[in-house]
Design a protein around this ligand. Structure first.
Ligand code: ZN
Length: 155
């Protein structure tokens, strides 16, 4: 990747971090999921409003590092209006992208997240909101953790 692209991607991430999109609670959500990344201290909640098979609205709140927030912000932007199937496909594509195994799918501005594949600890920051969105789509009420913690583990 060229240095110019690196810089462009970095500015996209910083911009989303400064002015996150859809950063609000949703009163009339039909699904929600919490995500935590204990390694970094990122935690967020994703709300979805489904209209049949379509994501009519999506929002998030939380706190964490710039990567986790920017990734969540971008996630809400791209999955809004998508069908359940398309959103799940994006989840797969983005997960592959940040883990350094791009599927070759055109993910547009989400390419900005590809840089994190070089930093294993950051991969979890970038994928957190996506896991939460995925979990909300599945209708799972259990909080998502990037660490496989058993019930009752104290921290
Ligand atoms: Zn983080």
């Amino acid at each position: 990747m060229s240095a110019e692209l690196d810089e462009l991607y970095q500015s996209i991430i910083l911009d989303h971090n400064r002015r996150p999109k859809n950063f609000r609670e949703m009163e009339d959500a039909t699904a929600k999921a919490d995500g935590v990344n204990p390694l970094c201290g990122d935690q967020l909640t994703v709300w979805l409003k489904m209209d049949g098979d379509q994501i009519a609205d999506v929002s998030f709140r939380g706190q964490g590092c710039a990567i986790s927030k920017a990734s969540a912000s971008m996630m809400t932007q791209v999955v809004k209006g998508k069908s359940r199937t398309d959103a799940e496909q994006l989840f797969t594509d983005v997960h592959a992208l940040v883990t350094g195994k791009p599927t070759g799918a055109d993910v547009g501005s989400l390419k900005a997240l590809s840089g994190v594949s070089k930093f294993p600890l950051r991969v979890k920051c970038a994928s957190l909101a996506w896991h939460a969105m995925h979990s909300a789509l599945q209708g799972s009420a259990a909080p998502v953790s990037t660490e496989a913690e058993g019930p009752g583990s104290a921290s």
